[in-house]
Design a binder for this molecule. Structure first.
Ligand code: CTP
Length: 432
């Protein structure tokens, strides 16, 4: 008996899928089809798969070609499948040509020609509403947003606004965008979502105008240092039924969601202390985040974990001989917990986070603001458990995906930072 194996996502099942399964079956007597699991697709950066795993399996089954269907759950599973099922030949479409040659040690590998002019990606794009997105910036540098938005299939970054016409044109040309505007109104008329990356002193104006025009907004934080204006923006977004999203990538990461749930869900007992550090040099050197922009991250995360009723905040900034900020420390006193934040603008800090509870500890060993994994240890246990989820790029894609999902589901109430939290964060930033 000749055993054949093939793999795929088989999203939005189409003729190309049917053809390859048919030909795969013809290669032998027994066909095993590996359908990618949801987590594995996420990990591979395939964030836009439409059909559930169950539907994709059902569609493969309905062809009648598969004798056995398995789920592909991790990178490297193919070798173990080949050995386990005594596979004679692995069959895959020609788009993968050369990519599986390393498996020739274990079985025959055959690349079959792809069916022309059809793919899941193509169908997704035809079916989906594509949201038009623009970036408002004064810089000539896009902080990888261009690349990151490309990984989310229902969004198209098409234009840029800069108050300086030359800048706008140059930016558009550099990133091959359709248009570069120096007229903010015209720019807004052309898009559904605007990414506001403007200097802090003018951010509010740009955010407000976009909201007034009924556009969804993703803004650098803080959008304003004035709490009245901040409330006004929240109210305006609500009134217009649009989303106002904070560009704090941490909030949109799966691992952070899990950490938050574990910390707040009493899994490590009562929280006693949260300690974290962050330094500027861990961010893209072109991103020009200053002390306040940088402080937003840890202050936001502390507020998420411990709440917004800190009784006392003490902060201290250390400057160099030229008067530039080098380091800042912020201490929070809550009713029965404390938090310490260290921010380095002129020194390098380790970027770790430790949440100490009465019954255990959560530890993020590096770059907690773009969290891929964390460790969790219960009191008395020798070994820590690891929680991980894949983290690709600079994290922006997860934010964009969340925005798109919320728009699609008309979920305008999905606030990642509530009004109260935003207020509390601002209060601390003012303290600094
Ligand atoms: N396939 C094919 N012809 C097509 C599309 C896919 O032969 N027109 C094959 C692929 O080469 C692969 C299998 O079908 O062996 C499953 O591919 P999958 O990645 O699920 O389908 P795509 O349509 O390529 O999906 P996407 O656009 O999301 O990459």
């Amino acid at each position: 008996m000749r055993t054949v194996i093939t793999y795929g996502t088989f999203d939005l099942f189409h003729q190309g899928h049917y053809n390859i399964l048919k030909r795969a079956k013809e290669e032998g007597d027994y066909l095993i089809v590996g359908v990618t699991g949801e987590t594995y697709d996420m990990e591979r950066g395939k964030l836009s798969v439409q059909d559930s795993l169950a539907t994709r399996i059902e569609n493969v089954q309905n062809t009648g070609f598969a004798d056995k269907i398995i789920v592909e759950e991790y990178l490297g599973q193919k070798i173990s499948d080949i050995l386990k099922y005594h596979v004679d030949v692995l069959v895959i479409g020609s788009d993968w040509k050369g990519k599986f040659d390393h498996l020739r040690k274990y079985c025959e590998v055959k690349y079959l020609e792809r069916t022309k002019n059809i793919s899941s990606t193509q169908i997704r794009e035809e079916k989906l509403n594509i949201y038009k997105c623009g970036i408002a910036t004064t810089e000539l540098y896009d902080h990888d947003i261009f690349y990151e938005t490309h990984t989310v299939s229902s969004i198209h970054l098409q234009s840029v606004f800069s108050p300086d016409e030359k800048n706008a044109k140059e930016f558009a040309e550099k990133y091959e965008l359709e248009s570069g505007y120096s007229d903010y109104d015209k720019f807004l008329d052309d898009i559904d979502i605007v990414i506001v990356k403007m200097p802090r002193d003018v951010r509010y104006e740009y955010v407000k105008k976009a909201l007034e025009k009924g556009k969804h907004v993703v803004t650098d934080m803080p959008a304003t240092m004035d709490s009245k204006k901040q409330q006004e923006l929240h109210a305006l977004a609500e009134e217009k039924g649009v989303l106002l999203y904070a560009n704090i990538v941490t909030l949109y990461q799966q691992a952070f969601g899990q950490l938050l749930w574990m910390a707040r869900g009493n899994l490590i007992g009562d929280i006693i202390n949260v300690k974290c550090s962050v330094s500027q040099n861990a961010f893209d050197e072109n991103s020009k985040v200053d002390l306040i922009d940088l402080a937003y991250y840890p202050v936001c995360v502390i507020t998420k974990i411990l709440g917004f009723d800190s009784e006392n905040v003490i902060s201290k900034i250390v400057k160099d001989e030229n008067g530039n900020d080098v380091f800042a420390s912020i201490s929070f006193a809550f009713d029965n917990a404390t938090a310490n934040v260290e921010i380095g603008t002129g020194v390098e800090l380790d970027g770790t986070m430790t949440i100490t509870g009465s019954e255990g500890e959560i530890y993020v060993p590096e770059d907690w603001w773009r969290m891929g994994y964390f460790k969790y240890r219960n009191k008395g246990e020798l070994r820590a458990k690891h929680y991980s989820s894949n983290f690709d790029g600079n994290g922006y894609r997860y934010l964009i995906q969340a925005v798109v999902n919320d728009i699609k589901q008309n979920n305008t109430k999905s606030e990642r930072i509530t009004n109260e939290e935003a207020e509390a964060i601002l209060k601390v930033l003012k303290e600094i």
